[in-house]
Ligand binder design. Structure first.
Ligand code: ADP
Ligand code: MG
Length: 346
C-alpha cells in the first residue's frame, strides 16, 4: 500500500486484498473474491465443514504488544485448527474485518493492515488455503475486529468428532503443551511491543502451527475414535471431549510432553501451563488400545498421555495421576469465555 497519505476506503482495501490474494490454485473454489458470493465445489463423496472464530482487539491480541503478522497468522490458525481437529481438508477462508477510521487514515495504520495480511497470507500459502471472500467495514469503535470463517471438506461420515471416545481407549496429544501460555505470559510481563520477528519457529503463542497434516492423516488412516484441538487448554478441552463422549479420563502427569519453553519455568509452573494453558493448537485424540500408534504423524510427535475410563457419578470427570501414583481430580482450568476463571487476555 503505497498511497499512504490519503485514507484508504473500503473499495481500495478490497482491491488490495484481491490483488494480494490472487485467484486460487485450489480447484474446489470455482469463484473467489469479486462477486456477491464465492462458489465452492466440494469433491464428490465429501461433506462440507464450517467453522468461525472471532479475533477481537484486547480480547485476543493487543495492538501495542502483538506484531500485526502474528495477529493475522493467529486469526487464520484458529479456524484452521478447528478443521484439523475434525480431520478436514481446508477449502477456503472468508474474513470479515472491522477497522477503526484512524487505522485506515494513517500511514502507521495502513502499515498495520498490510502486515496483518502478510501474516495471514504466509499461513494461508503454507496450507494452500485461498481467501475466497469476506466483508470490510469501518469499526464503530477504536477496536479492530476480525471474524474468520473456514470451510473444509472430509469424506462423508468420516470427520473426527468429540463424541467417539470409548472406555478403554488411549488418549494422545500431538506436539508439546504449555508453550503458547508461557510465551504469552513472557510477552505480557515484558509489556513492550515486539517489532520484528525473524523466524516463525519457536513462537508457540505468536505463530502457532495448526496440525492440518496430522488431522488429515488421523482421518485417512482411521487412527482416532475422537478428536479435539487444544485451544482452551488440555484440562478444559479434555473435559469437552469426555462430556461429548460420556466418558471419564485419566491423565498420567509424567507422560505429558511439556514444551521446552514451559520447562524453563520450573516443574510446578510448567505443569500448570501444560494442563491449563490455552492456544497450543495441538490435537488431543482417543484411539482404541489395539491401534498401534506411530511415534509421529505427519512429522509431528504423538504422545500417549492417558486413557478413557467409565464415567461414574460422584467421581471426577478427569483424574490426574502424579508420578508417585497419587490420584487427584483435575478441574478444567483453561479458558472459558465469560466465566470467572477467564484470564484477561488470550
Ligand atoms: P457486497 O456488497 O456484496 O457485500 P463487498 O463490496 O463487501 O460486496 O465485497 C466485494 C467482494 O470482496 C466480495 O467478493 C467479498 O467477498 C470480497 N471481500 C470484501 N471484504 C473482504 C475481506 N476482508 N477479505 C476478503 N474478501 C473480501
Ligand atoms: Mg460486503
Amino acid at each position: 500500500m503505497k498511497k499512504s497519505l490519503r485514507p484508504i476506503g473500503e473499495l481500495d482495501l478490497i482491491e488490495q486484498i484481491r490483488h494480494d490474494f490472487p485467484a486460487t490454485r485450489n480447484k474446489t473454489v470455482t469463484l473467489g473474491i469479486g462477486d456477491d458470493c464465492a462458489i465452492l465445489r466440494p469433491p464428490s463423496g465429501h461433506e462440507v465443514l464450517v467453522t468461525t472464530d472471532f479475533t477481537l482487539e484486547d480480547r485476543h491480541f493487543r495492538r501495542n504488544l502483538h506484531p500485526p503478522e502474528s495477529v493475522g497468522h493467529r486469526c487464520l490458525a484458529r479456524g484452521l485448527s478447528d478443521l484439523a481437529a475434525m480431520g478436514a481438508t481446508p477449502m477456503a477462508a472468508f474474513l470479515s474485518l472491522a477497522l477503526p477510521a484512524d487505522l485506515l487514515a494513517q500511514r502507521a495504520g495502513q502499515t498495520w493492515i498490510t502486515r496483518f495480511f502478510n501474516g495471514l497470507r504466509s499461513l494461508a500459502d503454507l496450507h494452500a488455503v485461498p481467501l475466497a471472500g469476506g466483508d470490510t467495514s469501518e469499526s464503530p469503535t477504536n477496536s479492530i475486529l476480525a471474524d474468520i470463517v473456514l470451510v473444509g471438506t472430509a469424506l462423508k461420515g468420516k470427520a473426527l468428532r468429540r463424541s467417539g471416545a470409548r472406555v478403554g481407549n488411549s488418549l494422545y496429544v500431538t506436539g508439546h503443551l504449555g508453550g503458547a501460555a508461557t510465551e504469552l505470559s513472557a510477552i505480557l510481563k515484558r509489556g513492550k511491543r515486539i517489532t520484528r520477528i525473524t523466524a516463525m519457529d519457536g513462537h508457540p503463542h505468536l505463530f502457532p502451527e495448526p496440525r492440518m497434516d496430522a488431522g488429515e492423516a488421523l482421518l485417512r488412516r482411521e487412527l482416532a475414535s475422537a478428536c479435539i484441538d487444544i485451544s482452551d487448554g488440555l484440562s478444559t478441552d479434555l473435559a469437552h471431549l469426555c462430556r461429548a463422549s460420556n466418558v471419564s479420563a485419566e491423565i498420567e502427569q509424567a507422560a505429558l510432553p511439556i514444551h521446552p519453553l514451559a520447562l524453563k519455568l520450573g516443574p510446578i509452573a510448567a505443569l500448570e501451563a501444560a494442563l491449563h494453558g490455552g492456544e497450543d493448537y495441538e490435537l488431543l485424540f482417543a484411539a482404541p488400545a489395539a491401534v498401534r500408534m506411530p511415534a509421529s504423524i505427519a512429522g509431528v510427535p504423538v504422545t500417549r498421555i492417558g486413557s478413557v475410563t467409565r464415567r461414574r457419578s460422584g467421581r471426577p470427570l478427569i483424574t490426574l495421576i502424579a508420578p508417585d501414583g497419587t490420584r487427584s481430580a483435575l478441574e478444567p482450568g483453561g479458558w472459558e469465555h465469560f466465566s470467572n476463571r477467564s484470564k484477561t487476555h488470550r
